[in-house]
Design a protein around this ligand. Sequence first.
Ligand code: TAP
Length: 479
Amino acid sequence: MVPFVLNSDAYGLVGYAYLLAAVLFIVGLKMLSTIKSAPKGNIVSALGMVLAAGATLLLVNLHAEPGQDFTASLLWVFVAAGIGTAAGLGLGLSVQMTGMPQMVALLNGFGGIASLLIACADYLRQTDPTLIESHILTAAGLAVLIGGVTFTGSLVAFSKLQGIVTGSPILFPMQKIVNALMLLACVVMVGMLVANPKQEALLGFVVVLALVLGVLLVIPIGGADMPVVISLLNSYSGLAAAMAGFVLSNMALIITGALVGASGIILTQIMCKAMNRSLANVLFGGVGAAPTGKATSGPAKGIVREFSLEDAAIVLEAARQVVVVPGYGMAVAQAQHSVKELADVLEARGITVKYAIHPVAGRMPGHMNVLLAEASVPYEQLCDLDAINPQFDQTDVALVIGANDVTNPAARHAKDSPIYGMPILDVDKARTVFVVKRSLNPGFAGVDNELYYAPNCGMLFGDAKKVVNGLTNELKDSG
Ligand code: TAP
């Protein structure tokens, strides 16, 4: 067991290093909670990881038997770390911001398989497995189970987002029962292994079942729900790492694993709450396929007013405050730079421009923040739901760009609507609302949007980038 006793010898030094690393991880995580401090938070956490890894290498040296040479093993550690660093750098520099969920899915998967391999290796290297303590064997079994599920589940999530496999839910009869039985079988086999550690084959069965279970658990979930699944798998990868930490008796790994596990589940909960859906509905509801383009709830009735770019520009010119509400359509059209240019033109005329960011606008956590940051929109102008909603009644124009569900007033009152109860951006309370989208088709939730029939709402039909560029040109032309 790693001595986490703070004494003055070298073991104590390792203990202090782990403690400091844990503090750096926690401070880093805290810093990730605001856009301004997030980049530094990443660096602080990375420093914690370097410290923890260095301390672990020192520990390995301390554990060396007299005369034992660890140089060859250390060489392999550095070779592996070098390859990992190069791959991480390459991926990090080349990945598009919009490809981030896929990359996170892959990284989660690697974390899962690493924990599985550590647990297997630690078991297999024992000449007499009966000497392994029961709690270590239990942790090894759980690391294999959770790590295996995380690995293949993440690969399926990656493939769905990348379009390699269909984004539609893949359902088959008795799916939930089959999954539950497989999970139960894994737990029973881990228990049997703990009772009789010599049954090596059991661990092999758990590996195979866990890998299959990962696939079966994720295929029934629609592609659009993958961000939630990835966040959950992130949490699983943390739990698997924590279990691997128990296997290796490594305090730093236990702490990081627990932090990843906890933060992943918190983010999952935040996303579910913002969509007003339960985690069970995301995991087992079989929803989240690509929108069909047809409204599934009764159409909202009324007159739809289409505006020309010229008329919309006149209204914008007269505004004192404009709130831009970006959504998935802005991402599809890659209109973020055009939006920034329009905002610059408005600001040059003394108009205040703010951006309303809904927590689940787009298709991944922070989707809008990332795109707007890429277009150099100052983060001070980004307002979250709670900050912006009280401001809509003092807003002259709410400019909705490719957002739909997150602006649907039905969420406030229509009890039969699938989005009832979902917190929305109260754009309908602005003096004028302009909605930029290509048609009246619904968004992710597949429901008609009442907003489009409101007397203060004007539609600007077309691709977001083209419409926003058109508005900018109109404003520029009018001097
Ligand atoms: P949506 O409600 O999905 O609406 C997006 C709208 O963009 C569509 O109605 C579409 O209308 C329009 N659009 C598509 N391409 C466009 C283009 N090139 N130019 C202009 N408009 C375009 O998006 P939202 O308001 O951002 O809401 C997000 C939804 O995704 C919520 O229901 C949320 O629960 C769900 N979701 C989010 C997440 C995360 S973490 N963000 C995860 C899972 C699910 P047209 O076809 O008429 O153009």
